[in-house]
Design a protein around this ligand. Structure first.
Ligand SMILES: [Zn+2]
Length: 133
């Protein structure tokens, strides 16, 4: 797969300040502020940085954590998991496989009937594409 590679200047020209900070510098949007936190429409969530398809609305659930939460990802997404030991915590960071942008973290407290995973994703890392009727 051909990966998207851009310079800092190119990313900054494409993304707004918050998007850049979260996607390219592994920042976090404030809890309960994200555009997609309570979003329920049917469709696909793409990577905001490169447009790669990541999640379906069928993977989304309400975790109450303050960020959009998914119990799974699209098979083709191949989201990259990477150990993250920043801020004195042991977490697993999620990165877009196509452009290596930061998306969020994965935790083990998701719905048990779907495998127990919780993809905790920043809204600013996503772009929603409604299902065409
Ligand atoms: Zn991407």
């Amino acid at each position: 797969m051909k990966k998207v590679e851009k310079t800092t200047e190119e990313w900054k020209a494409q993304l707004n300040d918050l998007e850049y900070k979260v996607l390219r510098e592994a920042g976090t949007e404030r809890a309960f502020t994200g555009e997609y936190y309570e979003h329920e429409e049917e469709g696909i969530y793409n990577c905001k940085a490169c447009g790669y398809e990541l999640f379906s609305s069928t993977h989304k659930y309400h975790s109450g954590c303050g960020w959009p939460s998914f119990w799974g990802e699209l098979e083709s997404a191949n989201i990259v998991q990477k150990g993250d030991y920043s801020h004195g915590m042991r977490r697993v960071e999620l990165l877009c496989a196509n452009c290596e942008s930061h998306l969020g973290h994965i935790f083990e407290d998701g719905p048990k009937q779907f495998g127990g995973r919780r993809y905790c994703i920043n809204s600013v890392c996503l772009e929603f594409v409604p299902k065409s009727v």
